[in-house]
Design a binder for this molecule. Structure first.
Ligand SMILES: C[S@@+](CC[C@H](N)C(=O)[O-])C[C@H]1O[C@@H](n2cnc3c(N)ncnc32)[C@H](O)[C@@H]1O
Length: 201
């Protein structure tokens, strides 16, 4: 068996435009294929991507989603979002938000999602609890770049180790760690996080 995954056609064009502006934080094709498959597991799903970049993972997610699913993607860089919007912005299932990630997560505290791909600091290294509370029970939390990457800043490995420990011990998540692609963790929300608000007698 080989790790071969056929990308959606639009990926090539997004790649070209991304490299032209020097954006090199792109999700890799294996991660894209995984995201597409997981998006397809959530018919009529409400999906969220934190850290859109130029829309590579966004395009993979859209490729897996059915016609009634919805995806919100958010980034704070208008130049990157311009590339995303030019290539996939006319998809009626997609909402593109230009905002600070922390502010955005705080602003949607009452919403619930079937799948969250957390690909920026917010929702991964910051506001993790708030982000996991946005998942429905059975919803998926997905992160990549958990194996050492050439572009990690000094000290980042410690943050990664701490995050892995937190996710391993998280009471509301059932996780799997995969040393594959850039290093993926998938968590399934296995219990509601409002237990303290609605205690079971
Ligand atoms: C790893 S890249 C995202 C890659 C993208 N998901 C893909 O598939 O190619 C991380 C993104 O986080 C964005 N970002 C960094 N700080 C942010 C912030 N405070 N709020 C929102 N987005 C932020 C960057 O602009 C960058 O596009």
């Amino acid at each position: 068996m080989e790790d071969s995954i056929a990308p959606p056609k639009i990926i090539e064009n997004i790649n070209v435009d991304s490299l032209a502006i020097g954006f090199d934080m792109l999700s890799d094709p294996l991660t894209g294929g995984l995201l597409r498959m997981l998006a397809a597991s959530k018919p009529a799903g409400n999906l969220l991507e934190l850290g859109s970049g130029t829309g590579l993972a966004t395009a993979w997610l859209l490729d897996g989603m059915d016609r009634t699913s919805r995806l919100t993607t958010i980034d704070n860089d208008p130049q990157l979002l311009e590339i995303l919007t030019r290539h996939i912005g006319d998809d009626p299932r997609l909402e593109v938000v230009c905002s600070d990630g922390d502010e955005f997560i705080k602003s949607i505290a009452r919403q619930k999602f079937d799948l969250i791909f957390a690909d920026t600091w917010a929702g991964k290294y910051r506001l993790l609890a708030e982000t996991i509370s946005l998942l429905k029970v059975g919803g998926l939390y997905i992160i990549d770049d958990m194996l050492p990457q050439p572009n990690w800043p000094v000290g980042h490995a410690d943050k990664v180790a701490e995050l892995i420990l937190t996710l391993d011990r998280h009471p509301d998540l059932n996780i799997v760690k995969m040393s594959w692609a850039s290093g993926i963790i998938i968590g399934v929300k296995s219990s509601p996080d409002d237990r303290t608000l609605n205690p079971i007698d």
